[in-house]
Ligand binder design. Structure first.
Ligand SMILES: [Ca+2]
Ligand SMILES: [Ca+2]
Length: 299
């Protein structure tokens, strides 16, 4: 799923520091030693609510300033706003990373100075060439450039969410000259986009009543479910008080993973609970098992 793109990063003068840089898509494969800015892939479970995504810098050729623009799916993600008491307006959910660029990081989303859509966040790492005391060196750090912190909008969504670096421009000063005049060089950054994968959580086999605990209440509920001809709506009619407000997980009721819910699930669930919810203890004690219950160990 990963997309790789090349982007020409202009090492320009400080005056040109924030100028936009064209993005060129290409199929060419670059050596692993190429300067790279990448989105770190992430995998979360459905309903997690939030996700943090790192933007990583590697093979840093030495940069003094940079501009990073990242796009995301605004129908699925929202950048976490900082509490207003901590920051001014226009600053959004990010945390600085390992790369200690001698610059200030700013998010520009939405920007009063630049027209950005809601699906874009922009950071400017901007040094000060005129400073007498600091920021007069290029930075060669690698690692986390910045971390983006998102809220996942739809708690029921599963699937992929694309995160794309749509602009990365960097510039470099000439440390060898007294006036730090920028070396005007051009370097090629490899840009790697990636995705957030939102997966279904593993099935909590046995937890029929969905309270995150596997215990006798589940045994009883599965018995009632079977009595109700494996129909939750019938069960709710037959046992209105006992079932009120419970979102039963029928997949979890199939404790032995046989494809149907029946007396064997009640039998093995009782055995499992009697062994303090230990699969290995249950398998050691009972050898008439229908399978090795490996599906329980994925949880
Ligand atoms: Ca339960
Ligand atoms: Ca079963």
């Amino acid at each position: 799923m990963r997309q790789t793109r090349k982007l020409i990063a202009c090492f320009a003068s400080a005056v040109l520091a924030v100028s936009a840089v064209a993005v060129f898509k290409t199929a060419k494969v670059y050596a692993t030693t190429a300067p790279t800015v990448k989105v770190a892939s992430q995998e979360i479970e459905k309903g997690t609510g939030s996700v943090s995504v790192d933007i990583l810098l590697s093979n840093n050729p030495g940069i003094w300033g940079a501009t990073l623009k990242v796009q995301f799916d605004e129908s699925k993600l929202q950048l976490k706003p900082y509490p207003e008491s901590l920051t001014g307006s226009g600053e959004y959910g990010y945390t600085t990373g390992d790369v200690e660029l001698p610059m200030t990081a700013k998010s520009v989303h939405p920007s009063s100075t630049e027209s950005l859509s809601k699906n874009t966040v922009k950071f400017i790492f901007e040094g000060n060439i005129n400073s007498q005391s600091q920021n007069n060196n290029n930075n060669f750090d690698n690692g986390k450039l910045i971390t983006l912190n998102f809220n996942v909008i739809d708690p029921s969504y599963t699937g992929n969410i694309n995160i794309s670096i749509v602009e990365f421009s960097a510039f470099q000063i000439n440390e060898d000259t007294e006036n730090k005049d920028p070396k005007k060089i051009t370097s090629q950054f490899e840009i790697e986009d990636d995705i957030i994968t939102v997966k279904e959580p593993p099935i909590a086999y046995g937890d029929f009543n969905n309270d995150t605990i596997v215990d006798d209440a589940d045994v009883l509920a599965i018995r009632r479910f079977i009595t109700s001809k494996n129909d939750v709506s019938k069960m709710k009619v037959l046992y209105p008080t006992e079932t009120a407000g419970i979102n039963f997980n029928e997949t979890a009721a199939d404790f032995d993973n046989s494809g149907e819910v029946d007396g064997n699930d009640v039998l093995w669930l009782k055995r499992y609970i009697s062994c303090n919810n230990s699969v290995s203890a249950m398998l050691e004690k009972y050898d008439d098992r229908p399978n090795d219950f490996a599906h329980l160990n994925v949880n």
